[in-house]
Design a protein around this ligand. Structure first.
Ligand code: ATP
Length: 565
């Protein structure tokens, strides 16, 4: 039987405790005890709130409420000025904590009595914010958010702000949540992780885990819930890749955007690598699948590339114009045509394929899809043949090749060495902008110098590895300045600190050890090569990768200096 509804305040107190803790096991135990006490209909929202989301990114629904709105709503409620915000923010360094401090002061002044919000109620009211659409929706969203904050205590306001803005400061992400779910319901972590990767839905995963081991074991893909993509590691040469994999399926590595396509009958949805629904932006992908894939139900994967008039690939930046407005315009299919190349099948007509070897999955895909929809590939263990294929890929304008182990299953969410990418270009890193400085000369009004950071999955923090001020065109600079200002949380002199959201691909001369940065590393001569709209901050390169690249580079330097003696 269900017990009394759980209060939102209890969830806030839990998050508060997590903020003060560092031991993972103790955190997992605490969350596991908490979720065990929840009623059935509270489990999903609570699990989502703790990891810092309201709905998964692919749901097609979003709050559409940013820092500016929360700032405005809270300022109106508590009657705070911009100066007060800045002073409090500088004192505590956290947006949610600033909101809490402002609410505390108001409470002291007005002796407010707040309503007792339950987890369920907060969730339902936030869903209403998601549902507000069409004309006047911005105002309506603002009103709904304002009324929620008006019912909140200071502590609740802090966590409302965090949930609404998707901030995950207390270091309790999905990986730890999977552990807490496994512990709470006495089921193997391996199974919880599998379902979480298959459904990309931690709330649903918790619900299935609560039903028991059998339910987890029987869970397949859920059509229209994207599966976490399997990712590749980098190999420094074809020789190294073939030595590792042996006889391999070698595909062209296309320089576009990864897509996962779900189909049931005439309904097709396309998901990006960040798991957002991008169907609207890519109507020709929908048409290609409806016309060229013979399956009633399917989950297939591939790459979408922008193509020029001659049908050859165009640079990645062109493709991004199909997803994001430049000067208020989003390019149409006429201006930036795209082409789809499929390379994997995860599910076909009732059969989950991820545990089958790649060679079987590929054969099934080739049997169902038109030839021109399949990526160019060969199967070989011969280095010369692989080199000829690689050369042709580069000549045709592609990035390189992906060397894949034909015996490997599809491992959702894993970056492993069963897929090895080999590129012609030197190593680059995908880093997150955590702060930006106003430039000099004609760039004085642009945020043009960026502090670049690598991700530390252990702590959820971003560690600076360099500063960089070159590489973007004037248009990009203007757009970037606008975006960074929206993400700004504080300014010290000319430096604006931002919420870590924007990922950029960075080239560099070398990596050095550095006592100057807490990361321990500094990039020499970094330059931004492109903005990676397709990556979330958690997809950025990790500090571990920076260390590995540094060590590879040191090994190479040793070999070459040894060789010169
Ligand atoms: P990069 O930054 O090198 O493009 P990434 O970090 O975006 O890579 P990786 O997993 O490292 O992602 O590289 C694999 C990516 O390459 C895939 O996510 C996909 O978008 C792209 N790709 C292009 N062609 C293929 C292919 N034939 N097979 C698999 N992935 C491919």
């Amino acid at each position: 039987m269900d017990s009394a509804p759980m209060l939102f305040e209890e969830l806030c107190l839990l998050c508060e405790k997590l903020e003060g803790m560092s031991g993972k096991n103790a955190m997992v135990a605490l969350v596991s005890d908490f979720i065990k006490r929840l009623n059935g209909d509270e489990l999903e929202p609570a699990v989502r709130f703790i990891v810092g989301e309201v709905l998964p990114p692919w749901s097609g629904k979003e709050l559409g409420v940013g820092y500016k709105t929360v700032y405005k709503v809270v300022s109106d409620i508590v009657g705070a000025s911009g100066d007060e915000w800045l002073r409090l923010f500088n004192a505590c360094g956290d947006f949610g904590a600033t909101v809490q401090a402002l609410f505390e002061r108001r409470r002291r002044a007005q002796r407010l009595v707040t309503k007792r919000l339950t987890i369920r109620e907060v969730y339902e009211r936030l869903l209403r914010v998601c549902d507000a659409s069409g004309e006047g929706s911005r105002k309506r969203k603002e009103r709904l958010v304002a009324s929620l904050f008006s019912d909140a205590s200071p502590l609740e306001a802090k966590y409302l702000a965090k949930v609404i803005l998707g901030e995950r400061r207390h270091g309790f992400g999905e990986a730890l949540m999977e552990e807490a779910i496994a512990k709470a319901f006495g089921v193997p972590l391996r199974l919880v992780h599998r379902v979480s990767m298959l459904t990309s839905d931690i709330g649903l995963t918790a619900r299935i885990a609560r039903m028991g081991r059998r339910a987890l074991e029987e869970q397949g893909v859920v059509l229209f819930h994207p599966v976490r993509p399997m990712l590749a590691e980098r190999a420094s040469s074809l020789r190294e890749a073939l030595r590792e994999v042996g006889e391999a399926i070698i595909d062209w590595k296309l320089d576009g955007a990864r897509v996962q396509i779900h189909k049931r009958g005439r309904v097709v949805r396309v998901f990006s690598r960040r798991l957002s629904d991008v169907t609207q932006s890519l109507p020709e992908v929908v048409e290609a699948v409806l016309g060229g894939l013979s399956a009633e139900e399917a989950v297939v994967e591939g790459e979408v590339v922008a193509v020029g008039e001659d049908g050859g690939p165009m640079p990645f930046q062109y493709l991004m114009r199909r997803f994001r407005r430049v000067h208020g315009v989003r390019e149409s299919r006429e201006d930036v045509p795209v082409k789809l190349y499929l390379f994997d099948a995860l599910y076909l007509d009732g059969e989950l394929l991820i545990d089958r070897p790649l060679e079987e999955r590929r054969e099934l895909l080739v049997g169902r899809a038109d030839e021109e929809l399949i990526v160019e590939s060969i199967r070989t263990s011969d280095l010369r043949e692989a080199e000829r294929f690689f050369k042709r890929a580069i000549e045709e304008g592609h990035e390189g090749v992906v060397v894949k182990d034909p015996r490997a299953p599809y491992t959702p969410g894993v970056r492993g060495r069963r897929w090895l990418k080999v590129k012609a270009a030197p190593h680059t890193l995908d880093l997150v902008i955590v702060a930006a400085e106003y430039g000099h000369g004609y760039r004085y009004k642009y945020l043009s110098d960026y502090h670049l950071a690598a991700y530390d999955p252990e702590t959820g923090r971003f560690l600076v590895v360099g500063k960089c001020f070159t590489g973007l065109t004037d248009d990009e600079l203007e757009m970037m300045t606008r975006r960074l200002k929206e993400l700004a949380v504080k300014q010290v002199g000319r430096v604006v600190y931002v919420v870590p959201k924007v990922v950029v691909e960075v080239g560099f001369a070398e990596i050095q050890e550095s006592p100057h940065y807490p990361s321990g590393f500094a990039l020499r001569f970094p330059r931004i090569l492109r903005i990676r709209e397709d990556k979330s901050p958690q997809d950025a390169d990790t500090i571990e990768t920076v260390r590995r690249v540094f060590e590879e580079q040191r090994a190479r330097q040793r070999i070459s200096s040894g060789g010169s003696h």
